[in-house]
Design a protein around this ligand. Structure first.
Ligand code: C2E
Ligand code: CA
Ligand code: CA
Ligand code: CA
Length: 278
């Protein structure tokens, strides 16, 4: 038994070293991927109920690793944040998303907005200026851009964060709260936040027909949003049944596998843009 115990702890130790080693090499890989631009964006459309053509689209970052294959943003975004690479990566995302959006519009697709995810650590003193420069350089209308941030960022916003957000708002950039409902912000606080869109977290949508609490939470969010003039987008809509319930509650915007999975720019073009300019 003693022997076994020692083996176990040895294995455990080795596993730990492997994990650390893998984390370090992943960090190195991330660095060279940023330098070599080995990332791509995928795009997931957002639909207004009853419409076949998307009016909005969310950009989602992808890293195709030469050996490990597709790595989820859940894995590499935190790494990019702690290793100081998120800023550079984040600006690349904004620039690429804006370019792609303009191309589709030029091809005739009537898109209103492109949504880009932004993590809290990205918002430094040069954030707003850099984004302003990117938009200006591309001749991109700031009203086309929506930045998705978390509830906690909006809630506990420091003066610097607030100032950066304000600067972009002044230009016409809009803000959405992502994963809304998971951060316990009091509904009354939303009124004072500089946001125009609430994205209901997928966890509520998933159980909307099975869990009365989730149903009531979404209903409350939609009612409140309506009285405040905010747009609600349900994310993670996978079934007809979920869509029906959301519609009945009064949620007018949907995003999820039921309509489309995130896809690369080429697939998006084939599916939604190609026939627009005939
Ligand atoms: P998120 O912003 O909440 O994005 C929604 C996630 O749900 C995406 O995962 C999307 O692919 C997935 N999804 C969409 N529809 C459905 C559905 O019907 N069912 C289910 N089960 N999932 C659905 P993804 O692309 O793996 O992204 C994960 C997270 O990584 C994002 O969550 C976002 O927080 C972060 N992320 C992605 N791209 C960026 C980026 O460019 N910058 C930053 N800072 N974060 C990003
Ligand atoms: Ca998002
Ligand atoms: Ca989300
Ligand atoms: Ca739930």
């Amino acid at each position: 038994a003693k022997e076994l115990g020692r083996n176990r702890s040895y294995d455990y130790h080795r596993e730990l070293t492997d994990t650390m080693h893998s984390r370090m090499s992943l960090e190195q890989d991330l660095r060279s991927a940023i330098e070599g631009h080995h990332f791509e964006l995928h795009f997931q459309p957002q639909f207004h109920i009853g419409e076949e053509r998307p009016r909005r689209v969310e950009a989602l970052l992808r890293w195709s690793h030469p050996l490990r294959g597709m790595i989820s943003p859940h894995e590499f975004i935190p790494l990019a944040e702690t290793s100081g690479m998120i800023s550079e990566l984040g600006f690349w995302v904004v620039r690429s998303a804006c370019q792609q959006f303009m191309f589709w519009r030029q091809q005739g697709l009537q898109l209103d907005k492109i949504a880009v995810n932004v993590s809290a650590v990205q918002i430094n003193a040069s954030f707003a200026n850099t984004i302003a420069r990117i938009m200006e350089h591309l001749d991109f209308n700031p009203a086309w851009l929506e930045l998705e941030v978390t509830e906690s960022l909006m809630m506990s916003g420091t003066t610097e964060v607030n100032q950066q957000i304000h600067q972009l708002r002044t230009l016409g950039v809009e803000f959405a709260i992502d994963d809304f409902g998971t951060g316990y912000s009091s509904l009354s606080k939303i009124k004072s936040m500089p946001v125009t869109v609430l994205k209901v977290d997928q966890s509520f949508v998933r159980d909307i027909n099975d869990d009365v609490n989730d149903y009531e939470i979404i209903r409350a969010i939609v009612l409140m949003a309506r009285s405040l003039g905010l747009t609600v987008i349900a994310e993670g809509v996978e079934t007809e049944a979920q869509q029906q319930t959301l519609k009945r509650i009064g949620c007018e915007w949907m995003q999820g596998y039921l309509y489309a999975r995130p896809m690369d720019g080429g697939a998006f073009y084939e599916r939604y843009v190609k026939d627009e300019n005939r």
